[in-house]
Design a protein around this ligand. Structure first.
Ligand code: URA
Ligand code: URA
Length: 213
């Protein structure tokens, strides 16, 4: 699928090792233009992982994913379902360095950066992964269906992780209507479904504790 010039995926023994290696990564040209590597934000023990496309300007400047306007909207959407970004989620991107002019990362860049994303999934061990926007959907789920058709649907990954495509928050910034059926309204339905899934995990743990009591 990826070109033969793509370096073999590295495997890491810890999340910290992956982050340290990423911090001085120059495996693809995006490394030349960055101010900061944008590895992740939030809680590495969270059940919920959110994967976006790549850092924008403010993320590149701060080294933190989803801090610009789209990120602030994402934070508010999560809050509306009582999901605390810092405590309840681990947020990262398909690529860790900002593409010039915010262009979509190329297949090669995404493939090279995948070692880091794979380490994040392996060591954070989320129960639920949200893929924000079509870039994350294409590179992680490897499906090309339009977001509007597959958002809000659960995909079950091999290791029992529930994966849901959602609209990218920057798409919601461009589509401001909150009417029934609008992208913002649909996002609200999706985030409520995520809330229910998180609650169901806590309930099943509770049941297990009940049977042990
Ligand atoms: N858009 C993304 O996909 N990721 C970020 O971190 C910021 C904006
Ligand atoms: N296209 C995208 O890339 N993302 C969206 O959220 C919607 C359309």
């Amino acid at each position: 699928m990826f070109s033969s010039t793509t370096p073999a995926l590295k495997t890491f023994t810890s999340l910290q090792e992956a982050q340290e290696v990423a911090a001085c990564c120059n495996l693809c040209p995006l490394g030349n233009g960055r101010t900061n590597v944008v590895f992740a934000d939030g809680n590495a023990n969270a059940k919920l992982m959110i994967i976006g496309e790549g850092p924008g300007q403010q993320e590149d400047t701060s080294g933190i994913p989803f801090v610009g306007r789209a990120g602030q909207l994402l934070t508010r959407i999560l809050e509306s379902a009582n999901i605390d970004r810092q405590h309840d989620t681990y947020i990262c991107n398909v690529v860790k360095c900002r593409p010039p002019h915010n262009r979509v990362p190329t297949k090669e860049e995404a493939a090279i950066c995948r070692s880091y994303l794979e380490a994040q999934i392996k060591f954070v061990k989320p129960k639920i992964i949200l893929l924000a926007g079509s870039t994350a959907v294409q590179y992680v789920l490897q499906v090309k269906d339009p977001i509007s058709r597959i958002r809000g649907k659960w995909f079950l990954s091999g290791n029992d992780v529930k994966v849901m495509p959602i609209f990218h928050p920057s798409y919601l910034l461009r589509n401001d209507s909150r009417e029934v059926g609008s992208p913002k309204w649909l996002m609200w339905q999706d985030i409520k479904e995520v809330r229910r899934a998180l609650d169901a995990f806590s309930e099943s743990r509770q049941c297990l504790l009940d049977t042990l009591a």
